[in-house]
Design a protein around this ligand. Structure first.
Ligand SMILES: [Zn+2]
Length: 261
């Protein structure tokens, strides 16, 4: 019998320690570590059951989540945080800057824009600064501030322990141009300089050596294509994909700027 809450992307193990449990709407990842499971983003508020089912299908116990990291403070990335925290007792992490969105000080959660009710607000336990690094036994998560999409977007660089040498999986935490449009910035009285900081962030990240590209939304890293690769026994390690992704993102950005973003 088909489960009611099923993702439209089959949950799958992407590599040694990283699992995809999100949907086409937004990515949610689980990182397996010596110290428990680390969750990257928690999806839209209506995704709780789906994520639980996806984790169950992969043999991951949600009660073992020890940490929840957020790429940024938009509702599609923190929608189920409180539920997963309640279930597991996990510590929650976000940039110090975007904590002011999830705690409601700043009205920038995008709930209104996405047609969702005002979320219940909360403070995260750990407020991340640029360059902070967190170790969970055999896995390290390094955080870089890459503002633009919000002021406190974090990009993550995650070690993937491998039998040969350890690899790096990375995710840019927010490349959507929707929060950098003229109508949005004007409506919320936000500075247009966020567009320059966004571009600078793309350039800064190009120096990173990345072996596996994770997507904040599945369209960013062709998650479905990666699933197909995994299903056919192929590796998703690709040393060129990161820089290609950053370049394509900047090209799309330039195109939109030309069209009056
Ligand atoms: Zn966002």
């Amino acid at each position: 019998m088909k489960k009611v809450f099923e993702s439209d992307i089959q949950p799958f193990k992407m590599c040694e320690n990283i699992y995809f449990v999100g949907s086409t709407k937004v990515s949610v990842h689980i990182i397996e570590t010596d110290e428990g499971l680390v969750m990257l983003d928690t999806g839209y508020p209506d995704m709780y059951e789906q994520i639980l089912n996806s984790m169950e299908a992969l043999g991951l116990d949600p009660k073992n989540i020890c940490a929840i990291f957020h790429t940024h403070g938009h509702i599609d990335h923190f929608g189920c945080t409180e539920k997963f925290k309640k279930l597991s007792g996990a510590k929650t992490y976000i940039s110090r800057i975007d904590n002011d969105i999830v705690n409601g000080k700043l009205d920038l959660s995008w709930a209104k824009e996405l047609g969702l009710p005002t979320p219940s607000f909360f403070d995260c336990d750990v407020l991340i600064e640029d360059g902070d690094c967190f170790s969970f036994g055999n896995v390290t998560i390094r955080c870089r501030l890459t503002p633009g999409h919000t002021d406190g977007v974090l990009s993550f660089f995650i070690t993937v322990p491998s039998s040969s040498k350890s690899l790096v999986a990375a995710m840019h935490g927010g490349v959507g141009l929707n929060s950098m449009t003229t109508p949005f910035l004007t409506a919320y009285n936000l500075p247009f300089t966020c567009r320059d900081t966004f571009r600078n962030g793309l350039h800064a990240l190009a120096d990173e050596r990345v072996d596996i590209v994770l997507g904040n939304h599945p369209q960013q890293n062709d998650t479905q294509g990666k699933l197909n690769k995994v299903l056919s026994g192929e590796s998703i390690v690709d040393h060129d994909e990161w820089v290609k992704f950053l370049t394509a993102t900047e090209c799309a950005f330039d195109h939109e700027l030309k069209n009056g973003l």
